[in-house]
Design a binder for this molecule. Structure first.
Ligand SMILES: [Zn+2]
Length: 168
């Protein structure tokens, strides 16, 4: 498997000065959470992102998603795929990409070939992207939340997102 290259673009919940809300870039095509750190990437780097894995729907973890898809969606030949547990996706559908706070980019430019696609991920499910295995793990937070194990075959790490004590 290709090596795991992880670039930390943000690891706080705030903005201003050196603060960037939680964002990690895995290799060049996978984002883990989409906080304000996404804004440090170039347009070409933004357009190269194929997958976004979200730990939960709090704004400091999703705030750049609407701008990301609006900025580079037209430059891409396939949808940006957002992976998250179903309750997180439902929050995004109801409260963000709802034609009120932001357009529903899962139907733009049309529902057959949209700029954005939601892909529910189940507890314990593993998805291979960019040569890395990402496995969804449970996490406790005040809203539905998930953590992820990222495994390159040579190295592995677990990112919980926001959490508190957990049974596992
Ligand atoms: Zn949170």
């Amino acid at each position: 498997m290709p090596a795991m290259k992880l670039r930390i673009l943000g690891c706080s919940g705030g903005i201003g000065g050196n603060l960037r809300a939680t964002t990690m870039l895995l290799n060049s095509d996978v984002l883990i959470d989409a906080g304000t750190g996404v804004g440090d990437l170039s347009i070409d780097e933004l357009a190269a992102i194929d997958h976004v894995f979200l730990t939960h729907a709090h704004l400091d973890h999703v705030t750049s998603l609407p701008f990301l898809v609006d900025t580079v969606g037209w430059m891409r030949s396939k949808p940006l795929v957002v992976h998250a547990i179903e309750p997180t996706l439902e929050i995004l559908r109801q409260h963000l990409f709802n034609w009120k706070l932001w357009p529903d980019f899962t139907k733009i430019p049309d529902a057959q070939a949209p700029y954005l696609r939601f892909q529910a991920i189940a507890l314990g499910e593993t998805i291979t992207v960019s040569g890395q295995k990402l496995t969804q793990l449970p996490a406790n937070h005040v809203v539905p939340a998930a953590g992820f194990q990222i495994d390159s075959g040579r190295s592995s790490l677990v990112f919980t997102g926001d959490t508190t004590t957990s049974d596992l």
